[in-house]
Ligand binder design. Structure first.
Ligand SMILES: C[S@@+](CC[C@H](N)C(=O)[O-])C[C@H]1O[C@@H](n2cnc3c(N)ncnc32)[C@H](O)[C@@H]1O
Length: 234
């Protein structure tokens, strides 16, 4: 599926709240510092995420540079991309996740960095699997704009989120208090398009995590490309 729409501001996707401060975003880091082990156990089987990584690797030359946003433990995605010959730069706000990813994928460059503070650019692609949902919607739009600047024209952006109509809402996640955001599937496509990406495909997956403390959820994987690009080739 390939469709492009004209970029129009859409206030229904962003309530126009003031952006968060770096300090507010950093307050999510200790949550993930304590979740390294539990997250790996609950979400150890992620065939759709592996499939997305494979899709990306197949479209990039060996030596291409890919940014992994909110890389977590580096498994499966950073590990998979490095094994496919890709240079991976991973960023995460959680120091414990950065340590875990550095150990699991020593060939990658892993930074303790907030996506909104990213200054590196020239990437051939980026992935953000289940990381942007940790931001309020206002910041998701800002993060996608940051990624649009970081990725070369024609480069790929793959993101995944849980389908939910939420904005910076407190929820229990693996017995821990976190704040999350989400969109229904059409709205998520519009947000990605609004940031300057052309949607190539969306995959919708029902997922039941491997442990009882995590709820079944519908996951959305969006495959997109940084406009402008030649829309005839994927
Ligand atoms: C649910 S985990 C997903 C990890 C990994 N992408 C995966 O698929 O296993 C979300 C990750 O995003 C990170 N994160 C949250 N907010 C972030 C931000 N503003 N900048 C960078 N990383 C962030 C968290 O520390 C956590 O490691």
């Amino acid at each position: 599926m390939v469709h492009m729409v004209e970029r129009q501001p859409d206030p229904s996707l962003d309530p126009g709240r003031a952006p968060t401060t770096a300090r507010q975003r950093a307050s999510q880091a200790p949550v993930f510092d304590q979740l390294v082990q539990r997250y790996e156990t609950a979400y150890r089987d992620r065939p759709e995420q592996v499939r997305a990584g494979m899709w990306l690797a197949e479209r990039l030359d060996s030596g291409a540079r890919v940014l992994d946003v909110g890389c977590g433990t580096g498994v499966p995605t950073a590990r998979q991309l490095v094994d496919a010959g890709i240079q991976v730069v991973g960023i995460d706000i959680s120091p414990a996740m950065v340590s875990a990813a550095s150990a699991a994928v020593p060939e990658a460059i892993i930074h303790n960095c907030d996506v909104l503070d990213l200054t590196e650019s020239g990437f051939d692609g980026a992935v953000a699997f289940f990381s942007l949902l940790m931001l309020p919607r206002t910041d998701i739009l800002r993060a996608l704009s940051v990624l649009h600047k970081a990725i070369q024209p024609g480069g790929y952006l793959l993101i995944s989120m849980v389908e939910a109509d939420l904005d910076d809402t407190p929820v229990k996640f693996l017995d821990t208090d976190v704040r999350v955001s989400g969109y229904q599937r059409d709205a998520l496509c519009r947000v990605v398009e609004q940031a300057g990406f052309a949607i190539l495909d969306m995959r919708v997956v029902d997922n039941t995590p491997a442990i009882a403390q995590a709820e079944p959820e519908t996951q959305l994987y969006v495959y997109s490309r940084c406009s402008p690009y030649d829309g005839d080739s994927q």
